[in-house]
Design a protein around this ligand. Sequence first.
Ligand code: 5AD
Ligand code: SF4
Length: 392
Amino acid sequence: LIMPSGHPEVSPMTAPKKLYIKTYGCQMNVYDSERMAEAMGAEGYVTTDKAEEADMVLLNTCHIREKASEKLYSDLGRLRPLKIEKPDLKIGVAGCVAQAEGAEILRRMPLVDLVVGPQSYHRLPAMARAAEAGEKPVDTDFPAEDKFDHLPDRPSASTRPAAFLTVQEGCDKFCAFCVVPYTRGAEVSRPVARLLEEARGLAAQGVREITLLGQNVNAYHGEGPDGTWGLARLLRELAKIDGLARLRYTTSHPNDMDDDLIAAHGELPELMPYLHLPVQSGSDRILKAMNRKHTAEAYLRLIARIRAARPDILLSSDFIVGFPGETDRDFEDTLDLIRAVGFGAAYSFKYSARPGTPAAEKPEIDSAVADARLQTLQALITEQQRAVQTAM
Ligand code: 5AD
Ligand code: SF4
């Protein structure tokens, strides 16, 4: 019996258990959800897209802004009737809220059966067994071993044209507003050999496009056969794999765009002419308060060098408006930067104070002012996006 997940070892006498996963937040969570589904597949679970028919519901959460974080609790509230109707249903919380709040989630929401942080997914099958036995396991360790070394190989039933591949996790940058260095931990790069093996496996399954993922993907510095490799070298090697037509990577930090990576954009036809390079603000005062360690001018110079290497490159960015202390003048500087670059797209957010971050100690600006700035910024981005798309 071949189950949809591609695991033939499930006995045909027992109906497979069903796993429903909801993914919030970034692409790294999307990738992690896939890997968790594969790990649970080896335990006899098949995935379902209907929570009502699931034996286990896994919520892979995001902690980046308060709104994202609170979604977990409203979704858990919505699951309550299902849990009453099906007491054997197991509910797991994974991802960055799991990491940040740990056992507190069990206290606030007793219907939750297990809590697993992003570095412990290889332990999920054992935790699920413990939950089935009536325990309430919580694992938010940053274990010494690499979870990827303990996850099953990726199944071969995929017919997808595009796939994600996490090459790097965590962040050492400590931007003053951001929880990522706390929830995902320090920067860790996966070894070159493992990544090439996974990429070759994906290509052999028919995958044509791979997006390399990392919280700070361009800070990649993985162990290679002859010392440490940067992202440019990894991209050049991946480009040689038969069948792989397109490469992308996200998300990058301006200070990690080194000469080699910029050159790769000019040299590698497989590397798509697109770069997501968050700048957050165009005001040097705010950039400093954000601990970004670059100025607006440095960002503009960098963009000029990238465009010199690859003139048709499409740029996108992330912006935060309403950071503590942001004045009208600071916001005007951000609009000026946007006008100077001409973005093809952008993700923009109203500042959200996150527990444990340095910026959360500072007084917040008027919420209505921040709302208005977000609207103004998004209108300008939409205008630029239209212009870029019309030109295509
Ligand atoms: N408030 C608002 N936006 C945030 N981001 C990260 N932390 C916060 C926060 N506390 C945004 C940044 C980052 C993107 C992933 O999320 O713009 O680049
Ligand atoms: Fe967060 Fe800054 Fe690290 Fe990006 S670079 S994950 S915004 S701390």
